[in-house]
Design a protein around this ligand. Structure first.
Ligand SMILES: [Zn+2]
Length: 229
């Protein structure tokens, strides 16, 4: 576990990151790692003197199993309230299968394999969320709609320090600069979401699949957005 700023911690398991926001009203998790990783989350919480039962809220950037996978188990252990965007809520509730990651387009042989994999356990979702600040979200998190990677992908801006963005899989960082990452396509919807992120102000950015950018993060998104044409 790494501490990003006081009260915000990264949990890495395999190739994916989830984040802990430690607040006065309990713990908020941003994403939940792959299925059966609740033990990794519990261990990280233990390192900050918390436990699974302290998790009050789970906010998901999107429906893919490496982000939503342990949500059901953590909710069972904690009674946490779950927040998911309108575009991804049916997949998180288990009503439909999550869309395959865009990388499956490049490697078509993956698609039948992915269809055979069990999806994450269905999650009861209390709050369907979308762009803006609606007052229901923990820690006054601001939702930024960033469709592309999935239809309902969202980022979350936390108003602590000089602002911190939870990017999910909308992009990754490489040597402090923004790239699409292997999991995103060059398409207008994806580009529009990257431009939209660049409209916001935040010093730090935390990603689903890379190390964070710890200063000048919104400027890095703005530099990338100017290259999109
Ligand atoms: Zn994803």
């Amino acid at each position: 576990m790494d501490t990003i700023i006081p009260g915000v911690h990264r949990i890495s398991a395999g190739y994916v990151n989830a984040y802990i926001i430690d607040g006065d009203e309990g713990v908020t998790l941003v994403d939940t790692l792959l299925p059966k990783r609740e033990g990794s989350v519990a261990k990280a919480l233990g390192q900050i003197g918390r436990s699974l039962s302290d998790v009050a809220a789970i906010v998901l950037t999107h429906s893919h199993a490496d982000h939503s996978g342990s949500a059901a188990a953590i909710k069972d252990a904690s009674g946490a309230v779950v927040y998911v965007s309108a575009g991804d809520v049916a997949a998180v509730r288990g009503e439909v299968k999550p869309p395959p990651p865009p990388i499956a387009d490049r490697f078509p042989f993956l698609k039948p394999i992915m269809r055979l994999l069990p999806g994450p356990a269905p999650v009861v979702v209390e709050h369907v969320i979308g762009e803006g600040i609606d007052g229901r979200l923990p820690e006054d998190l601001q939702v930024i709609d960033t469709p592309g990677h999935t239809p309902g992908h969202v980022c979350f801006r936390l108003d602590r320090g000089d602002g911190l963005l939870f990017v999910g899989d909308a992009a990754v960082a490489k040597k402090g600069e923004i790239t699409r990452g292997w999991m995103n396509r060059i398409e207008p919807t994806f580009d529009a979401s990257l431009r939209h992120i660049a409209e916001f102000d935040f010093e730090m950015a935390c990603f689903g699949h890379s190390d964070p950018i710890t200063s000048g993060a919104s400027a890095a998104f703005a530099r990338f957005a100017t290259k999109l044409g």
